[in-house]
Design a protein around this ligand. Structure first.
Ligand SMILES: Cc1cc2nc3c(=O)[nH]c(=O)nc-3n(C[C@H](O)[C@H](O)[C@H](O)COP(=O)(O)OP(=O)(O)OC[C@H]3O[C@@H](n4cnc5c(N)ncnc54)[C@H](O)[C@@H]3O)c2cc1C
Length: 346
């Protein structure tokens, strides 16, 4: 019989992020798939009081926490020691953790301490021929694999967006504290410096993916490019909708000597050689919708595009709706409507 340990950690606000709650939901599903396998939960963080309350009602036999100032911020030595202690206390054969930067950094090291095995980017589980298998993609989501391992403990990190997050239910799960001896560290965390949330254009948890293509920088009806106007329209749209920003390869590859969008980086690129994000909706603008780009839309459920060209790639079964229109005009109008709506409902 397998024993499952599901790991979570707090964010700066003391809460569990969505990806951790998704991991908990996946762990409860796995528990039923395995015929009621024992499930344990672990939380890692500075103050975990609020995080623990978010896990009420989880059908777990125990909730263990490693908390205190040394565990408030991510640091290899303390995080690895905390995960090791949680795993030792549980004696788990299977460890599930969300693929957050914090766990992704330490999971392989912890597996090595137990002579276990690790798999990352896992999308789901199934039992075949009596043995547990994990599903994941390779080669940029083009090869789907199902694999099993005999070695235990087996540590896996889970992709985000594969299931709905756990929502607290009635029930009480009292945290048990796991005490650790002092951990020698060479790194002192003095603080966290990061851009304001609205300065960050890649927002994995956004409801909408807004993709900008190279058309935003191309000469328009007056034979001149309007990159400054494009920047203003796109940034205003992002500010009003909190959408995540993606770009086509042609746009992110632009360098000096031609009109560029200054906030666009290679990190924004969607597609075969870019990323494959998961958002419920996507809106493509000034992008032709060629195959190497649209493969990156595989997990976008509802797709719409705005292009002046009625024969663009989106029209060939790649989008649910194609608006044949000038994106400059459409986005300016949408921004105006969003502004009006905000005034009506302050
Ligand atoms: C091996 C390989 C890997 C690749 N990987 C990727 C990848 O990961 N991601 C990726 O994106 N591409 C990738 N590409 C490139 C891809 O094939 C396309 O060249 C690229 O996606 C085109 O970008 P685009 O549609 O933004 O630009 P363009 O092809 O230049 O299209 C611009 C579009 O803007 C429209 N437009 C212009 N002005 C307006 C306006 N005012 N309103 C509305 N529409 C307007 C035009 O009609 C046109 O359709 C790859 C190619 C190869 C060979």
């Amino acid at each position: 019989m397998e024993t499952i340990l599901c790991l979570t950690h707090t964010e700066g606000d003391g809460k569990l992020p969505r990806s951790c709650l998704e991991a908990v939901a996946t762990a409860t599903k796995l528990q039923s798939t395995l015929g009621g396998a024992p499930l344990e939960l672990g939380i890692l963080g500075g103050d975990v009081t609020e995080a623990a309350s978010m896990l009420s009602g989880v059908p777990a036999r125990v909730l263990r926490v490693v908390s205190g100032p040394p565990f408030a911020a991510s640091r290899y030595a303390t995080d690895a020691a905390a995960v090791e202690a949680l795993l030792r206390a549980s004696g788990a054969t299977l460890v599930l953790a969300p693929h957050t930067p914090r766990f992704a950094r330490v999971i392989a090291g912890v597996a090595q301490r137990f002579q276990g095995r690790v798999d990352t980017h896992v999308m789901g589980f199934s039992v075949l021929g009596g043995s547990l298998h994990v599903d994941r993609y390779y080669y940029r989501q083009r090869i789907e694999a199902r694999l099993s391992r005999a070695q235990r403990p087996w540590l896996v990190t889970l992709e985000s967006g594969i299931t709905a997050p756990w929502t607290a239910a009635p029930g009480e799960l009292r945290p048990e504290h796991v005490e650790l001896a002092e951990i020698p560290t060479r790194t002192e965390v003095k603080g966290v410096s990061c851009p304001a949330p609205d300065a960050q254009t890649i927002r994995p948890e956004a409801h909408l993916l807004f993709v900008a293509g190279a058309g935003w920088t191309k000469p328009q009806a007056d034979k001149r490019p309007h990159a400054d106007e494009a920047e203003k329209l796109i940034l205003e749209f992002l500010r009003r909708t909190n959408a995540s920003l993606g770009g086509s390869k042609s746009l992110v590859d632009l360098t000096g000597g031609e009109a560029v969008l200054r906030f666009m980086t290679h990190m924004n690129q969607i597609g075969q050689t870019g990323s494959t994000p998961r958002h419920p909706k996507g809106l493509s603008t000034c992008c032709h919708g060629e195959e190497p780009h649209t493969v990156g839309w595989r997990f976008i459920s509802e797709r719409r595009a705005i292009n002046k060209d009625a024969g663009c790639g989106w029209a060939r079964g790649k989008a649910d709706v194609l608006y044949v229109a000038d994106a400059f005009e459409v986005i300016a109008r949408v921004n105006a409507l969003l502004a009006e709506e905000r005034q009506e409902k302050p």
